[in-house]
Design a protein around this ligand. Structure first.
Ligand code: FPP
Length: 281
């Protein structure tokens, strides 16, 4: 729904950018190497319903409380100069929920976009929406468009909200877009990995390096199927409304402990030969 390119000159984060921190956050920050942050963090915000259930509250209370965790995550990632953050807010499968819950989630998102606009602007955040946005209620589409327009000139983190999003649907949409181009221009019939990436909703963004999932489920749930090919996955038992800044810092510290090999061999390990092949297109 928008053309967003990562700004090449995002400044290095400093510890001061976070403002006052708790003792636990300070300890985690000591273990964090600010020069090796993930470029793109994706989050499956799960467990709102269980959080509410544990408190004998309606499920929607969990969603409302989850907006606070979204706020903290967005602001912290922006201040840590992470280039892109993607939040999974509503999947194509979520239409199976009761209509009252769907209506509440749509309303909550609309309220959120209005209420948090000052925070987005203050932190130079650019908004983008991933998914079949044209299938959403007209009012949500309008608010989404407005939020993108208002933040289009910002130079900081790109915040993607995945709405009516499905990983398979995204790949189907990309294939159809490529087919339309091919039909129009009689282009060659072989589709490359680059072409697919350029037609995904995330066009122009780096692939997520870190995928966080709250509430303990060990599933990918049709989220960014193409893009998470090499993402490090961090699953925490914490329910989304309890996911605070310390839990986010913990995920980032854990990410930095992982050794990323992309199917090759360990960095620093003697490799006397050149790679036999570069990953297939
Ligand atoms: C999953 O919990 C959560 C959702 C489907 C909605 C997430 C939406 C928000 C947190 C609202 C705010 C979003 C933004 C971007 C401002 P669940 O209901 O599946 O929980 P359960 O698995 O415990 O039932």
């Amino acid at each position: 729904m928008s053309q967003t390119k990562i700004h090449p000159t995002l400044a290095r984060p400093t510890l001061e950018s976070l403002g006052p921190v708790t003792a636990e956050e300070a300890q985690l920050l000591e273990r964090l190497d600010l020069s090796r942050m993930p470029r793109h963090v994706a989050v499956i915000m799960d467990g709102n319903g269980r959080w509410a259930q544990k408190r004998h509250l309606p499920r929607i209370a969990g969603h409302r409380s989850g907006t606070q965790s979204a706020r903290t995550t967005i602001e912290t990632c922006a201040r840590l100069k992470i280039e892109a953050l993607t939040l999974y807010a509503f999947s194509v499968e979520n239409w199976r929920r009761p209509q009252t819950e769907i209506d509440f989630l749509m309303q909550l998102l609309r309220e959120y976009l209005k209420k948090e606009m000052p925070l987005l602007q203050r932190n130079e955040i650019r908004m983008r929406f991933l998914g079949r946005i044209e299938e959403l209620p007209a009012a949500v589409q309008n608010d989404a468009r407005e939020a993108m327009e208002k933040t289009a000139g910002n130079k900081g983190m790109v915040l993607c909200v995945a709405l009516n999003y499905g990983g398979r649907a995204e790949i189907v949409d990309a294939m159809n877009a490529i087919l339309r181009e091919h039909n129009g221009h009689g282009a060659s019939s072989r589709i490359t990995a680059e072409q697919i990436a350029q037609h995904l909703y995330t066009e122009g963004l780096p692939d997520p390096d870190l995928l966080i999932r709250t509430s303990g489920e060990l599933r990918v749930s049709n989220f960014l199927l193409w893009q998470i090919a090499y993402a490090e996955i961090f699953v925490t038992d914490t329910l989304w409304p309890d996911f605070n800044r310390a839990r986010l810092l913990e995920a980032l510290v854990e990410f930095q402990k992982r050794e990323r090999r992309y199917g090759g061999i360990r960095e620093g390990q003697p490799a006397n030969e050149k790679p036999a092949r570069v990953a297939g297109n």
